[in-house]
Structure formats: structure tokens, C-alpha cells
Ligand binder design. Structure first.
Ligand code: GLN
Length: 198
């Protein structure tokens, strides 16, 4: 069974831990570099990306995170986590850094004031059956992706799910809806990597 960490600095950590357990992974919070070293995959949760960024630097995790992602650690980011996995933020707050891993430019809080939070059906490539109920909360969208990145879903003409190699990102929050298929897809990515490595 793969061991998957959830970066536990800020955000909806608990909900991701529950969703991972439901998707047949062993789930653990990660706050220290030693804990990061022990996981087969990592989720960066939804929350507030500037806060997560600053705490990652403060806790000495930013460089270890970048190094493991560069080395191929499977990672999944939802919402603020998507922002953390972007190589570039269009409108970063001062001092805001990212882990990177996906060649994409994200726009924070992109869906705007009138529409700060909403649900919408989203067809996600790689997920069988019904559309995913996408819960968007002050969500980013992806302005553009590089050649290596695969767009998995769009909503309203904007990119809302992307995969590049072992990195997956969604604008929406599957950890909050009880539909664990996106976590299942990520657990499969982690399993595939472990098989390849052993
Ligand atoms: N707006 C938040 C940010 O910029 C993300 C919101 C979320 O994760 N629900 O970090």
C-alpha cells in the first residue's frame, strides 16, 4: 500500500487524509523534511497559497519539496495546492514562492468576486463515469500550459485540471465532495511509480 503524505502547514489537510484513506492509501501529515523523506507521494492541500508558501520556507521544507518533486515524487495539488505546483504565478503576493513542477501559469482567485464559490460538473480526462462535481472556492485557473503539460479539464473556457508527468493539479476540491475518484487517480499514479522503481 502506498504511503502518501499531505503537506500539513495550513489548509484542508484532514479532508485530504480522509479522502486518501478512502482511496486505499496510507495517509500521513507532513510537516518536517524527515517526514517528507518517508512518503511515496504528496498532496498539497487547498487553503491559502501565500501562507503555505511562507510556512514552507519557515519550516525548511521549500528546498526539500522542490528537490523531491524534481526527482519525480508524485504530487497532487488542489486549489492553493495547484498554485504551489505552478512554475509561475501571474499575480503573486510579495514573498510568495512556489514548489513548481508543472510548466503552467496560474491566475489566483481567477473566478472573481461574484462567483467566489460554486459547484459545477467537470469532465476530467482519465476519470471514468459521471462528470466530477467540481467545488471551486476562490479558485485559480490556468492561463496557459507548456508543451509537456496535459490539460485534463476545462470549465467555462478555462483550464482547471492539468497533469505533467507525476504532477497533477486541480482548481477545484475533490477532498470536500465525498467523490474520491481524483484521489484514486493520484493513488494509481503513486502505485505506478512505485512499481517502476522496484
Ligand atoms: N485563493 C486561494 C489562494 O490563492 C486558494 C483558495 C483555495 O484553496 N480554496 O491561495
Amino acid at each position: 500500500t502506498p504511503v502518501i503524505g499531505v503537506l500539513a502547514l495550513q489548509g484542508d489537510v484532514r479532508e485530504h487524509l480522509i479522502a486518501l484513506a478512502a482511496a486505499d492509501a496510507v495517509a500521513r501529515p507532513v510537516r518536517r523534511p524527515e517526514e517528507l523523506a518517508e512518503v511515496d507521494g504528496l498532496i498539497v492541500p487547498g487553503g491559502e497559497s501565500t501562507t503555505i508558501s511562507k510556512l514552507a520556507v519557515l519550516f525548511g521544507l521549500m528546498e526539500p519539496l522542490r528537490a523531491r518533486v524534481r526527482a519525480g515524487l508524485p504530487v497532487y495539488g488542489s486549489c492553493a495546492g495547484m498554485i504551489m505546483l505552478a512554475d509561475k504565478i501571474l499575480d503573486p503576493r510579495s514573498g510568495q514562492e512556489t514548489i513548481g513542477g508543472i510548466d503552467m501559469i496560474v491566475r489566483r482567485n481567477a473566478f472573481g468576486r461574484q462567483n467566489e464559490s460554486f459547484e459545477a460538473k467537470v469532465d476530467v480526462t482519465g476519470i471514468e463515469g459521471d462528470a466530477v462535481e467540481g467545488l471551486f472556492i476562490r479558485a485559480p485557473w490556468v492561463e496557459s500550459v507548456g508543451a509537456e503539460a496535459e490539460v485534463l479539464a476545462e470549465y467555462g473556457g478555462h483550464i482547471v485540471a492539468v497533469r505533467q508527468g507525476n504532477a497533477l493539479a486541480t482548481s477545484f476540491h475533490p477532498e470536500l465532495t465525498g467523490d474520491h475518484r481524483v484521489h484514486g487517480l493520484f493513488v494509481d499514479m503513486v502505485r505506478a511509480t512505485r512499481t517502476a522503481a522496484s
